[in-house]
Design a protein around this ligand. Structure first.
Ligand SMILES: [Zn+2]
Length: 293
């Protein structure tokens, strides 16, 4: 006689009836604290983790939405597209790569420029799209930023640039490097006109973008935990033959070492920018406009 008798297990799910619960797409795993979170909860929190404050990357359009008053803006130069000046081919032809990226992002290149109001102040905002060839700086991005700055001078508006970039676009060779000088020269003219430029560095801001306009703001502010640097840590370690400290090339480290003016969370960013514009326009924070001699 056996002690236990194996009975047929009751069927939990009637195979004829579909009782599966759909959870796909409902949850996301936070890259910061690795907790499973409600996707909607994260999205409602401006794509910042409510548990650990990890700032997820967001699109250029989302940036504009979070910046402009009443989410209203007029886009400029949306029709500019790269002409593949070098007929560049790596693992794939650059022209084909561009087509694929344009389809994926709905943008012709890695930046949106637009005019509107920020906290009641006229402003021209440029937002980089990381999903477009790694947010790289090519001829179109350079031209759009330069035009945005010139337009700001014409209409007496502030300039705000959100950087998110892997650096210069190698498929455009020296033409992409020239953009660094072109934008820097335009920013010098903005400075002479006594108009403010606020640079917002988001995760990641690297290479030629860090080496030019991202670090040229009257204020250089960054989101928490953003990777900001010129060369990658491995290249630096190999060059200086030293181990790099922890947190190297993150916003907080750069703030501590005087490379940034502030690290501001996404929720407070608009208020911070508005206050800064307020200060710059009323307190004569840019006295060069009248006093330069
Ligand atoms: Zn988290």
């Amino acid at each position: 006689m056996s002690w236990f008798k194996r009975k047929d297990r009751p069927k939990l799910v009637d195979p004829g009836e579909e009782k599966t619960v759909r959870t796909e797409g409902l949850f996301v795993k936070c890259p910061g604290c690795e907790q499973m979170l409600f996707k909607r909860e994260v999205e409602e929190n401006l794509n910042v983790c409510p548990k650990c404050d990890h700032h997820n990357r967001i699109s250029a359009r989302e940036r504009l939405r979070l910046t402009f008053d009443d989410e209203k803006w007029i886009e400029h130069d949306g029709g500019l597209a790269s002409t593949d000046p070098l007929q560049f081919v790596d693992t794939k032809g650059y022209a084909d790569r561009l087509k694929g990226m344009q389809k994926k992002t709905g943008l012709l290149d890695a930046l949106i420029t637009a005019k509107g109001e920020v906290g009641g102040h006229p402003a021209i905002v440029c937002a980089m799209e990381l999903d477009f060839v790694g947010g790289s700086l090519g001829a179109v991005v350079g031209e759009k930023i330069a035009r945005a700055i010139e337009r700001a001078i014409q209409v007496r508006a502030a300039v705000i640039i959100y950087s998110a970039s892997g650096g210069a676009r190698m498929q455009e060779g020296a033409i992409s490097l020239m953009q660094m000088a072109k934008i820097s020269a335009a920013l010098a003219r903005l400075d002479e006109a006594g108009l403010p430029y606020i640079s917002v560095l988001t995760d990641p801001t690297t290479g030629g973008v860090t080496a030019s306009y991202a670090m040229l703001g009257d204020l250089n502010i960054a989101e928490p935990g953003a990777l900001i640097g010129f060369a990658g840590p491995r290249v630096i370690e190999q060059t200086i033959r030293q181990k790099l400290p922890e947190g190297f090339q993150r916003s907080e480290f750069l703030l501590e070492h005087g490379m940034l003016d502030a690290v501001v969370g996404r929720k407070d960013l608009k208020a911070f920018i508005t206050n800064s514009l307020e200060f710059m326009s009323t307190n004569g924070a840019k006295p060069k406009a009248e006093g330069r001699g």
